[in-house]
Design a protein around this ligand. Structure first.
Ligand code: COA
Ligand code: AMP
Length: 628
């Protein structure tokens, strides 16, 4: 079916459209009600349907005769390991872990945090929780204990599942000690911590609350999948907001399963049984949707890659993994490709590998610059497709839908609205703007299945943050424009969120840490352009009068504080000391102006600025520090 017809039906008759898609799943009870409203007067999908996503990802394929198909390929260049796990083996691992968790008292509706590196046990833990109806919250390993503590206090896990350590290129990263520190800091105390010992020579200091993962699984009775309502939360995934406190995006079960199954076929154009690789991390939404649930629901072999695009051991790693595993569709962030391009500009490391298995290369997480897209397309000789989505949406909102016949790729654009998303570009008054005019990117309600249903414990913040700015629409937080052929170009966030190496971070959160340094009177943290990572954070600080700590020590201390409080992933490495910050006459710091000066982009001097002379001072400081 042509894209336009399919899309039209999804917008004009969403209930008819999504009922058909829901029939692609083996529900325990097929829903009679397709779209309705919940107690908070927000949309919900398939309210009276019953299913279990762990069953759909595992048991169903075994029942259909595919037990011996490889479900997961674990490829870990950092530990020199490759390992294939069949659906039969996956069932054994997941059902036994689920039984173990049950024996610890976990049951439907409880919450559990998973803080793990990219190892199969992370996937087993997610699927075991899903099997029991336990709501999981995976926390990315690059976050510091303080961030973990914030999440513990927000979602009150009964149990935390972790591992002894992660490995970053050639460095051992402690996970278990971070969990202990976080528990110490948090007010809520989980009952148990299940620890998987990777046996990489790391000593584990056991605490009274610890349970050894392997012993728990060894003695457990396998658990069967529990039937849950379609609206039952599958997971909470924290993401950066415009304040220091992260937001717990809630994902339902039935809508998500329906949307992911649909997306595998129609967005990514992949058939059941093929191999799909999302080179991301289970701690991000891409990992949830396209390392774990999407491919497994669609009976694809999924690749779990514990490495980096470069240095593990070099810039050929991606090509080796594609060729070794006959990957048909791959998904990564543009920053990974830029890193490869920097190390291997001619693409010579690609040459030894037969990459003819690859049909499409998808990119997301940040806007893909045209040079990177062209570089990759010339070498891979397959369509390179940028697509746009967010933690909140859970799956693509803009794309070139490969399963419906590719439309011409327009470099710089993330494509056209995906089925189910009525995307409009609005002005400040909430009116659609004309073609090629920039505005706010918003989606007309109802959103399709699979998108966020609320924020954990904070429905008010959900409404205020996403639904109130433009009544009748979901506001994405991004700016962009639509050309005359309907392709949409995302121009970037209109708030304090930045994207560093495809990782979403809040500058407001970093600013809170910098401002709490004893020598800092006031500060601004904002994102500036970075050749490799897309953006990187820069801090400007005004010191308290009489401050006499040597400058270098002070800078080191502030950088250390951010790493300690937020984590290495913040990539906060630059702080400049300034005499004063540009402000409006009402005292608001002009962060956008500071960013525009650093990026050398055209800017208007705001009429509200209190002192124009400060612009010259900032330019001089940027030049001294080679920012400009
Ligand atoms: N656990 C612990 N630390 C982590 C971590 C994890 N899971 N992930 C990253 N870190 C650390 C890194 O070691 C690094 O520490 P350092 O400052 O001591 O060197 C820091 O966090 C920043 O990491 P990163 O931003 O990844 O930078 P990098 O220089 O190590 O690698 C890239 C750069 C581009 C190769 C890498 O970011 C990459 O592969 N990006 C792809 C992103 C991606 O998949 N995004 C998901 C959305 S699709
Ligand atoms: P996250 O929630 O971590 O997935 O980050 C979502 C944000 O990343 C979006 O709001 C965008 O700002 C940005 N983003 C993701 N994909 C793209 C893309 N293809 N083009 C431009 N920006 C993107």
């Amino acid at each position: 079916m042509a894209h336009s017809e399919f899309y039209k039906e999804s917008i004009e008759q969403p209930e008819v459209f999504w009922e058909k898609q829901a029939r692609e799943l083996a529900w325990y009870q097929f829903p009679k009600t397709i779209l309705s409203k919940n107690k908070d007067d927000y949309y919900q999908w398939f309210e009276d349907g019953e299913l279990n996503i762990s069953y759909l990802c595992i048991d169903k394929h075994i029942e259909d005769g595919f037990g011996e198909q490889t479900a997961i390929v674990f490829d870990s260049p950092v530990t020199n390991t490759t390992n294939k796990i069949s659906f039969n083996q996956l069932k054994e691992e997941v059902s036994k872990l689920a039984g173990g968790l049950q024996s610890l008292g976990l049951q439907k509706g409880d919450t559990a945090i998973i803080y793990m590196p990219m190892i199969p046990q992370a996937l087993y833990a997610m699927l075991a929780c899903a099997r029991l109806g336990v709501i999981h919250s995976v926390v990315f390993g690059g976050f510091a204990p303080h961030e973990l503590a914030i999440r513990i206090d927000d979602c009150h896990p009964k149990v935390i599942i972790t591992a002894s350590n992660g490995v970053e290129i050639d460095r051992i990263i402690p996970y278990k000690p971070f969990v202990d520190q976080a528990i110490k800091e948090a007010h809520h105390k989980p009952e148990k911590v299940v620890v998987f010992d990777r046996e990489l020579g790391v000593d584990i200091e056991y605490q009274p609350y610890d349970i050894d993962y392997t012993s728990l699984v060894d003695k457990s009775v396998p658990a069967e999948p529990v039937s849950v309502s379609a609206t039952h939360p599958l997971y909470i995934l924290y993401t950066s907001g415009t304040t220091g406190t992260p937001k717990g995006v809630i994902r339902d079960s039935g809508g998500y399963a329906t949307a992911l199954k649909f997306s595998m076929k129609y967005v990514y154009g992949i058939e059941e049984g093929d191999t799909y690789w999302a080179a991301s991390d289970v701690g991000w939404v891409v990992g949830h949707s396209y390392i774990v649930y999407g491919p497994l629901l669609n009976r694809n072999t999924t690749i779990l890659f514990e490495g980096k695009p470069i240095k593990t051991p070099d810039a050929s790693t991606f090509w080796r993994v594609i060729s070794d595993n006959q990957v048909k569709v791959m998904f990564t962030a543009p920053t990974a490709i830029r890193a490869i391009k920097k190390e291997d500009p001619q693409g010579k490391l690609m040459e030894p590998y037969d990459l003819s298995c690859l049909k499409y290369q998808f990119l997301a997480g940040e806007r893909c610059d045209v040079a990177t897209l062209n570089w990759l397309e010339e070498r891979l000789k397959v369509p390179v497709i940028d697509h746009w989505w967010q933690t909140e949406s859970g799956w693509a909102m803009l794309a070139n839908m490969a399963g419906l016949g590719l439309q011409p790729v327009k470099p710089g654009s993330a494509g056209k609205p995906v089925c189910g998303y009525d995307i409009q570009i609005l002005n400040e008054e909430g009116e659609p703007v004309s073609s090629n005019q920039e505005g706010y990117v918003a989606v007309k309600l109802p959103l399709p299945p699979g998108t966020l249903v609320s924020l954990w414990g904070n429905p008010e913040r959900f409404k205020k943050g996403y639904l109130q700015k433009f009544p009748g629409y979901y506001f994405s937080g991004d700016g962009g424009y639509k050309d005359e052929s309907g392709y949409i170009f995302i121009t970037g966030r209109v708030d304090d969120i930045i994207n560093v190496a495809g990782h979403r971070l809040s500058t407001a959160e970093m600013e809170e840490v910098v401002a709490s340094h004893k020598s800092v009177a006031e500060c601004a943290v904002f994102g500036i352009h970075c050749e490799l990572k897309g953006q990187r954070p820069l801090g400007l600080v005004v010191l308290k009068s009489g401050e006499n700590t040597p400058l270098e020590d002070l800078q080191k201390e502030i950088v250390y504080d951010v790493r300690e409080k937020i984590g290495a992933v913040a990539s906060f490495k630059e702080v400049l000391v300034v005499e004063r910050l540009p402000k409006t006459r009402s005292g608001k710091i002009l962060r956008k102006l500071l960013r525009n000066i650093a990026d050398n982009t055209q800017y208007n001097i705001p009429s509200t600025i209190d002192d124009v002379g400060i612009i010259l001072e900032i330019e001089t400081i940027y030049k001294q520090h080679k920012i400009l």
